[in-house]
Write a protein that binds this ligand. Structure first.
Ligand code: THU
Length: 132
């Protein structure tokens, strides 16, 4: 997967962010097992707790279209730095990912940090733990 391309897709998705309260726009792009790409943005609400992060928007779109395995996900925040997924999003990514997939924190098309799922959520609680 070309991460520069994925970064650009996440940056474009960020444009659709609905963030009138925080003014912090976030975009995400997820790659599924069959190389489909789903995008997402954060969607806030006047009742703040009803807001949804960009990563979860992208993942929920993918899963609701039948794609339950994620190969990579790119996230972009305010572009002054590399924005990492929040804790809840890390947990949601882990549900549909293996430990070795790449999480790409984008600052610009040419400036991104790559970490694995295990690096950003070591020892994640997963469905395997429920079976023990
Ligand atoms: N946000 C995301 O969309 N993803 C993250 O991983 C971090 C936070 C959003 C939520 C809220 O709309 C805004 O950024 C400020 O927290």
């Amino acid at each position: 997967m070309d991460y520069k391309k994925l970064a650009k897709i996440a940056i474009d998705a960020r444009e659709n962010a609905y963030a009138p309260y925080s003014k912090f726009k976030v975009g995400a792009a997820v790659v599924t097992e069959d190389d489909s790409i789903y995008t997402g943005c954060n969607i806030e609400n006047a009742s703040y707790g009803a807001s949804n992060c960009a990563e979860r928007t992208a993942i929920f779109k993918a899963v609701s279209e039948g794609h339950k395995k994620i190969k990579a996900i790119a996230v972009v925040g305010d572009m002054s730095t590399h924005t990492y997924p929040c804790g809840i999003c890390r947990q949601v990514i882990a549900e549909f990912a293996t430990k070795d997939i790449n999480i790409i924190m984008v600052k610009s098309e040419d400036d991104y940090i790559i970490k694995t799922m295990e690096e950003i959520l070591p020892g994640a609680f997963t469905k395997e733990d429920l079976l023990k």
